[in-house]
Every structure is written in structure tokens, then in C-alpha cells.
Design a protein. Structure first.
Length: 344
């Protein structure tokens, strides 16, 4: 690949990551579409019960909820004002939740187990729908690697403790290959990973949407394995204990409006791609590709979802990424009566 093309791709990824945050949270007063019909939510006689602060990462479902505006309106009618804070990563968001700087937010499966393993209290509230096709291990189209069985002795790039790292560990186990029979090389972010893969430092590149879709749209690749049948690739919703105990009606409203926004998103994926394109500073095409292979939705924290998350945590313990075993159930405190009727 010519150097100018590589430079363009890496620059693109760097811009995307910059759009997702600079290491600190920033605030937004809410969606421009929220509030009353004349856009005068800030002067409404409501919002007398206080502020509900929601943390989100750009490109995810809470970002869609913010832009859709239905939550701001619903909580305003109940006397609350919504404040939105954007975070660069799930880890930083969970730290803000742990210190009561936000009331509600989301983070990935891996972020959650590392936070719990670090002794920080978590309160799982619900899960996003699984997104297995949004994580994959890919190779260049001309690679000799055809399947997971060909990975012995190969160099595989993943983020440490990321969804692609988990996918790799599960895929290797199924193929009967020990982790020490491959060379796992960690990269810190999508821009660094793309550069290393393009320059041939990785034989196999583990990545996730929307970066997976960007790679597929710009580099000739072949998927060796994705999350289907291997990793549910979930994002979870969390709340502070104070919010759950003192304002359960707020949690109910957030989940209800999340599901409403997700239902709308499933019927309007082109519009969602446009919204996220603006938020992330990305072309629409890869975002459309990513959205087309996922289903938006909110799910209750049932036994099957808890077991799936426990499997991920146990796998990271086995791999030496976590020092001690954790029990996911210890962090699931949601009262079923809080779950709205539109979530199954």
C-alpha cells in the first residue's frame, strides 16, 4: 500500500478518536430537538426536581437517545432536567459514575469486568442487544491464513482486554490452540492498530465497529472469525445506587425512552447513520454498514446475560488479565419493578 494512502487512513482514525473525546468529559445541555414544541425547555415551569446527569460515548445508543431528544422531553414533563456528558472511553465513564459525577451511563462488557475486579462498585441496570458481527479478526485479502486453525505462530493485534481480545481467546480455545502458541501484540487505539496492520506488523487484526467497517471499506480484507457464536459483544447500562434507590422512576423513564429511541433507530438506520456521521466526523458509508448488521434494543439483565458476562470475566482471569475471580451477580441489583413494560 502506498504511504499517502496509509497516512490518510491513520489520519482518519486519529480524527475519529479525537472526536470521541480528549481524555476528559465535556458537558452538553441536551439535544437540540428536546424540550417543548417551541424549543423552550429551559424556560419551562418543570425541571424543579433537579438534574439527571447522563454519561455517553459518541456513536453509541445513548448518543442516539440524546440526539433524538425524547428523553429530555419525557423527564422534563416529570420535573427533571437532563445534562449530557460525553466521555472518551467506558473506563473513564465508569469512574465518573463511581464518584457520582454522573447518574447513568453505559460501558462495554470488558470495561465493566475490569472496573468490578478493581474493587469499584457497579450497578448493572440493563444490557444493549448483542452485537456479535460488530467485532472480528481480519486479515489482508492475500493472506495465507484461511481459518483460526492457521493462527499458530502468527502475530495478532488486539487491544488488551478489549472485545476483540476476548473473541481471540474464545476462538483459540475452540480451535485447541493455546494463547502462548500465538504472538498477541497489544495496540492502544484504533489509529495505532490500523497503522500496524497496514504496515504488516500484524498478521491478523482484531477490531470493532465502526473501525471494523472503516477497514472493510478501505482495505481489502477477509474475516477469519467474528463474534457470531463466540462473543455477544454487549454494552451495558449502569446507574448510581442513589439514582436507583431515590429516583427509580427516573431509571424507568430512561430505559423506556432508550427502548423507544432504539425502536425508531431500527426503522431509520439511514437517518441514524447521518446523525452518527456528524457526531463522529465520519463518512456515512462505513457507519451504514455497521448499523445494517446490528439490532438496537434494550434487554433485561436475565440469567443468560449474566452468565455470558461471567464467562467473559472468567476468561480474562484464565488469561491473567484479572488477578482474581469476580461474581457478576454481585453487581446486579436492579429491582424488576423498575423495568418498563416495553422492555422484555
Amino acid at each position: 500500500m502506498k504511504k499517502p494512502f496509509l497516512f490518510t487512513l491513520v489520519t482518519l482514525f486519529a480524527l475519529v478518536l479525537a472526536a470521541c473525546g480528549n481524555g476528559s468529559a465535556s458537558s452538553s445541555g441536551g439535544s437540540s430537538t428536546s424540550g417543548s414544541a417551541d424549543g423552550s425547555a429551559s424556560t419551562s415551569p418543570s425541571n424543579q426536581k433537579g438534574v439527571v446527569t447522563i454519561g455517553y460515548q459518541k456513536g453509541n445508543t445513548l448518543n442516539i437517545l440524546k440526539e433524538h431528544g425524547n428523553l429530555d422531553k419525557a423527564l422534563s414533563e416529570k420535573g427533571y432536567k437532563v445534562e449530557w456528558k460525553v466521555f472518551p472511553t467506558g473506563t473513564v465513564l465508569l469512574e465518573a459514575l463511581n464518584t457520582n459525577n454522573i447518574d447513568f451511563g453505559h460501558a462495554s462488557d470488558g470495561n465493566a469486568v475490569f472496573m468490578q475486579a478493581g474493587g469499584h462498585p457497579l450497578n448493572y441496570v440493563a444490557s444493549e442487544s448483542p452485537y456479535p458481527e460488530g467485532v472480528a479478526l481480519v486479515v489482508k485479502a492475500d493472506s495465507e491464513i484461511q481459518s483460526v486453525n492457521d493462527l499458530k505462530g502468527k502475530t495478532i493485534g488486539v487491544t488488551k482486554g478489549g472485545n476483540q481480545h476476548y473473541l481471540l481467546l474464545v476462538a483459540l480455545e475452540k480451535a485447541g490452540i493455546a494463547p502462548n502458541e500465538v504472538n498477541i501484540k497489544f495496540y492502544k487505539d484504533a489509529a495505532e492498530g490500523l497503522a500496524a496492520f497496514t504496515k504488516g506488523e500484524f498478521d491478523v487484526y482484531g477490531t470493532w465497529d465502526p473501525y471494523l467497517a472503516i477497514v472493510e471499506n478501505t482495505v481489502k480484507t477477509r474475516t477469519i472469525v467474528n463474534g457470531s457464536g463466540n462473543s455477544e459483544n454487549r454494552t451495558f447500562y449502569f446507574a448510581t445506587k442513589d439514582l436507583l434507590d431515590k429516583k427509580p422512576e427516573v431509571v424507568t423513564t430512561i430505559l423506556q425512552e432508550l427502548q423507544n429511541a432504539d425502536a425508531w433507530a431500527n426503522e431509520n438506520k439511514q437517518e441514524i447513520s447521518k446523525i452518527l456521521s456528524t457526531e463522529l466526523g465520519l463518512d456515512i458509508a462505513p457507519l451504514q454498514k455497521a448499523n445494517d448488521r446490528r439490532t438496537f434494543g434494550v434487554q433485561q439483565m436475565d440469567e443468560a446475560i449474566i452468565a455470558s458476562q461471567q464467562k467473559l470475566a472468567d476468561k480474562f482471569v484464565d488469561a491473567g488479565l484479572l488477578d482474581a475471580k469476580i461474581n457478576i451477580k454481585d453487581a446486579v441489583h436492579i429491582d424488576k419493578s423498575i423495568i418498563p413494560s416495553n422492555i422484555k
